[in-house]
Design a protein around this ligand. Structure first.
Ligand code: CP
Length: 330
């Protein structure tokens, strides 16, 4: 356990060692057990403040961070560019220095392509408080940690040899960022899983993230493969994480995005397709799911689905993150 995480930023899991990430899991389990058994822990961040700056909308992330702060005894402030001077062009440096002189942590969601993660690192350079990613254009580290926590609860801490599949799925509504698949291909190999990434032509991920994923797999001695066939990916899988993302490396132009996606409506999770995976395989999704397009309701609501456990664990990993980085040591 690493007890020296006070004031450490959490912008990507890559900036945290496996020991650091295991510490986050250990604290998350403890806080979850306390929550389930009515043991109060509102002394941990009493009178501390988290600023939550959202450039995009959220259901899970906003409410799990805000609720988490309440349970730890602190207060969370919901901010948007429009509700602040960011909307009038105030930069990350000025915003970060000022907010961190009032409070104890700044969490940011900024998925603007080629801007978001850079904005977080720029604020981290100046702010005198830890910066947390609530999702950016590159990574969604809190989601990936909640996913990892969920798998360890169901299958144990030793996940070596398990086949983890992240697959593109069809969805027509809007261009989802690359951050979830990218966060998963980076994190899961570090915890011993063999990772298969599946997508149709045009839906490739950022090259530098692919390099990190390959390096992580090599260092841990696990497999990392890319396939362009959903059925091949599902064969023999233990953990299935099929979700939509945009063809961002090719285009973000609405008509082109729609036309590209429309060619791959068969990239959908059906009950039949689920049978290609192992019997005990679980169906995962970060939510929101585009029901009726990404997967059949029978799968989403079926016995193999663990999507609500993943969403629930957002609260517990984020409470662990905030306790470790914002409480300070006596
Ligand atoms: N999974 C996730 O980040 O959900 P929200 O967009 O609702 O926060």
């Amino acid at each position: 356990m690493n007890t020296k995480l006070f004031q450490k930023d959490f912008i990507t899991t890559q900036d945290w060692s496996v020991e650091d990430l295991n510490t986050m899991l250990d604290v998350a389990y403890r806080l979850k057990a306390d929550f389930a058994t009515g043991v109060p822990h509102d002394h941990i961040l009493r009178a501390k403040t988290l600023y939550m700056l959202f450039f995009e909308e959220s259901t899970r992330t906003r409410n799990s961070f805000e609720t988490g702060m309440t349970q730890l005894g602190g207060h969370a402030v919901y901010l948007t560019p429009k509700a602040t001077q960011i909307g009038h062009g105030e930069n990350a440096k000025d915003t970060g220095i000022v907010l961190s002189s009032y409070g104890h942590g700044i969490a940011i969601r900024d998925c603007r392509t080629n801007i978001g993660q850079k904005y977080l690192y720029e604020m981290a350079k100046w702010a005198d408080a830890p910066i947390f990613s609530m999702q950016d254009d590159v990574d969604h580290p809190c989601q990936a940690m909640a996913d990892l926590m969920t798998l360890t609860e169901l299958f144990g801490r030793n996940l070596r040899g398990a086949k983890f599949v992240i697959s593109w799925t069809y969805a027509p509504k809007y261009v989802r960022p690359l951050s979830v698949p990218q966060s998963l291909i980076m994190l899961m190999p570090r915890f011993g899983m063999d990772v298969t990434l599946a997508y149709p032509e045009g839906y490739q991920l950022m090259p530098h993230i692919m390099d990190i994923a390959r390096k992580n797999a090599e260092e841990t001695g696990v497999k990392f493969e890319v396939v362009h066939d959903m059925d091949a990916a599902f064969e023999g899988a233990d953990f299935l994480y099929p979700k939509s993302w945009g063809p961002i490396m090719v285009t973000e132009e609405e008509a082109e995005v729609e036309a590209m996606a429309a060619q791959h409506k068969d990239w959908r999770v059906t009950t039949e397709r689920m049978k290609l995976a192992k019997k005990h395989a679980v169906y995962m999704h970060c939510m929101p799911i585009d029901r009726g397009h990404e997967a059949d309701d029978e799968v989403i609501d079926g016995p193999q689905s663990i999507i609500y456990k993943q969403a629930e664990n957002r609260l517990h990993v984020q409470k662990a993150l905030m306790a470790l980085t914002m409480a300070g040591r006596a």
